[in-house]
Design a protein around this ligand. Structure first.
Ligand code: HEM
Length: 153
C-alpha cells in the first residue's frame, strides 16, 4: 500500500513531537513548582522511582523515533549538507541533555542561593534551556528539508 510509509512517518513524528512537548512542559512545570517552593526538594523514594521511569521512557522514545526519522530523512535524495550539520548538532545537544537528566545521588541539601544563581545552579534549568535550543534546531531542520524539496519541485 502506497500510504503505509506515510502513515508510519506521521505516527513516528507524532510520537516524537508529543515526547518533545511533554519533556519541555515537564521541565517548565518542575521549574515553576521549585520557584513556588513546592518542588521535590529532597525527592522521596517513590517520586524518584516514578521520575526515573518517566525519564527513561522519554529518552527511549526520543532515541527510537529520532533514529527512525533520521534514517527516513537521510534516505531521501539530495539531502542538503546544512541539514546533516544541524542534525549532528541537534543530536549532540540532545545527548548532553539526556546526560544532565540522569538521576544522581544527592550529597545533602543544596546551599541556599539567591537571584540568578538560584536558577543557574539548577540542572533542570539547563535541561529546559537545551530543550528549547533542540526544539529550535528541529524546526530549522524541517525548514531546510522543505525548502530543498520545493527547489527540486
Ligand atoms: C536522539 C535524539 C534525537 C534525534 C536523532 C532526533 C531526530 C529528529 C529528526 C530527524 C527529525 C525530523 C526533522 C525534519 O523534519 O526533517 C526530528 C523532528 C523533531 N524533533 Fe527530534 N530528534 C532527537 C531528539 C529530540 C529532542 C530531545 C527534542 C525536543 C526536546 C526533539 C524535538 C523535535 C521536534 C519538535 C521535531 C519536529 C520539527 C518539525 O516538524 O517542525 N527531538 N527529530
Amino acid at each position: 500500500m502506497a500510504e503505509s510509509p506515510a502513515v508510519f512517518l506521521v505516527i513516528l513524528r507524532w510520537l516524537h513531537v508529543v515526547a518533545a512537548a511533554l519533556w519541555l512542559g515537564g521541565g517548565l512545570l518542575l521549574l515553576a513548582l521549585r520557584a513556588r517552593g513546592q518542588g521535590p526538594g529532597v525527592p522521596s523514594v517513590s517520586w524518584g522511582r516514578t521520575a526515573g521511569h518517566t525519564l527513561r521512557l522519554g529518552v527511549a522514545v526520543f532515541i527510537v523515533t529520532g533514529a527512525l526519522l533520521t534514517a527516513v530523512r537521510l534516505a531521501e535524495p539530495n539531502v542538503p549538507v546544512g541539514y546533516v550539520v544541524v542534525l549532528v548538532g541537534k543530536i549532540a545537544l540532545a545527548f548532553a541533555m539526556f546526560w544532565l537528566a540522569l538521576p544522581r545521588s544527592r550529597r545533602g541539601p543544596a546551599p541556599p542561593a539567591e537571584g540568578w544563581s538560584r536558577w543557574t545552579r539548577d540542572r533542570t534549568f539547563w535541561i529546559v534551556v537545551i530543550a528549547l535550543v533542540v526544539y529550535l534546531l528541529s524546526v530549522i531542520l524541517n525548514e531546510i528539508i522543505e525548502r530543498a524539496a520545493l527547489a527540486i519541485g
